[in-house]
Design a protein around this ligand. Sequence first.
Ligand code: F6R
Length: 602
Amino acid sequence: MCGIVGYVGKNNCVRVLIDGLEKLEYRGYDSAGIAYFNDDKINILKESGKLENLKKGLDLSVDSNIGIGHTRWATHGKAKKENSHPHQVGKFTIVHNGIIENYVDIKKDLEKKGYVFNSDTDTEVLCALLDYLYKSDKNVLNVIIKASKIVKGSYAVGILFNDEKDKIYVMKNKSPLIIGVGKDENFIASDVPAILDKTDNYISLEDGDYGVIAKDEIKIYNNKKLRNYDVEKFEFGADLIDKKGYSHYMLKEIHEQPDVFKKTVKDYVNNDLDGLIKNMPDFTKYNKIRIVACGSATHAALVGKQMLEEYGNVKTDVETASEFRYSKPFLSKDELVIVISQSGETADTLEALKLAKENGNDTLGIINAKGSSIARSADMVLYTKAGKEIAVATTKAYSAQVAMLSLIALNLSYKKDLISSDEIKKILASIRTLPSQMQELLNNKDKYKEIAEKLASHNDIFFIGRKVDYALAQEGSLKLKEISYTHSEAYAAGELKHGTISLIEPGTPVISIVTDDYIAPKTISNMIEVKSRGAEVIYITNKTDDLKDGLYDERLIIPRTHKLFSPLLTIIPLQMIAYEVAKIKGCDIDKPKNLAKSVTVE
Ligand code: F6R
């Protein structure tokens, strides 16, 4: 969601900015722009739509060594050129990620003072505020301090100032911003991959930080004091921004899942009965668990709920962060609050975490991005081992979240003495064979294509399942919707006949997921009900026993494993079917329209 990049150094900044914005495309955007110093004045170029539109009008050989760039994901005003960043008012030119919540009031005040606005954005208002404050205090850092006391909301901002042609100013609150540290050159960016081919040394800015960078100097302040900082090294190599021969990042990331699982096991599972789970706090003192997350992370939580209740014997509730944060939380003191987030920057999840902390509850973050805002705020953190995820639609990070929740459930079961050593042996054996079973499913490409060809022409598709299979149905449905723009619904199979079954017509595709032996006969009955009404049934199951002919149209067999890890297999066909449908429909799979990778606004 909105990408920022900035450069000051010895090289041509236009190339660096465009390179950086290309690397940030994965965050999702609908317009782009850059600003750079040239012949002592600031040039601004911006266009709506894809970066290609901006690139068409650029002179890449221009002689400039300092500039800022932005990809905008529209929040205030349409995705049109006038609303794109950078915005300029007086001597200030800025790019911004976040939302200035009180911009309407500030705008009214500034209008009374004679400011006229050319866009619908909150960003132009912030820019005008900086200009206004500068009239009475000719020091840009003081202006930033004053502005940050007036504005409410989230912001990561890069600022060029007309009279200082060798500096980029920054200010940050609640939206991510890093400073990339080079030799005789420095960078700003929303995320390290934007600059990873130039440097892997970076500084994470904290909320309330502001500062200034030149090519050989970085100064960061907080609370009116210069602060010390650590330069961190990004742990993933530049090759993460390489599709490694796959046609899309999403496909590459789906195929990385066996490795992600192996890494998770290496870091969290002891290969013997002694200890079983390592590097994990003891959660047995909690009588309840509340998991709060957004999107796919909520779907991972719903799978986790089944595992935590069945194996960990602990009551677990799952809530959507955007709802939870505005509700009375009803958290009891013996309740552990788990927040799950790939990016660690999701605004709603971060606020939900704050609410839980204010309530005095212990909090655990299951996070993929090291050092992210949520990881820094949670009392305890378990890092998922998915590595950087580039495709907007999550796949490997989702399955890493599911794996982590299953391991927490297993840990609880073990520590509460609820599990026999025979079962532990079976679990360890399943863990060992799971990566090759995942690979076996990944090799089934032709089957997924065949199913996708049947689905691609339909406008409405249903997913059904019960318990863990319902949780998986929800994630399968979301994957299909977001990348192939096909409307689909996930239903608890038993709920269908309470209304939705009226939508089933001859030929309506229904993907029926049946992997939980305990509930399988019930879901199969529901499957038969839709088949009787003419549905085209795709039966995804780990059951190999023959059903009567004609009860399904396609069957996809999932290898058997221990129930704790079965979802990590079932999800693969669902991801692959969504991918193949999107491919047939010619969609922009890695960057679906209207979506952003890191949702830093509420
Ligand atoms: C869907 C997807 C989103 C995210 C959600 C939460 O494919 O990626 O639904 O799961 O926006 O994001 P994180 O996990 O970064 O908090």
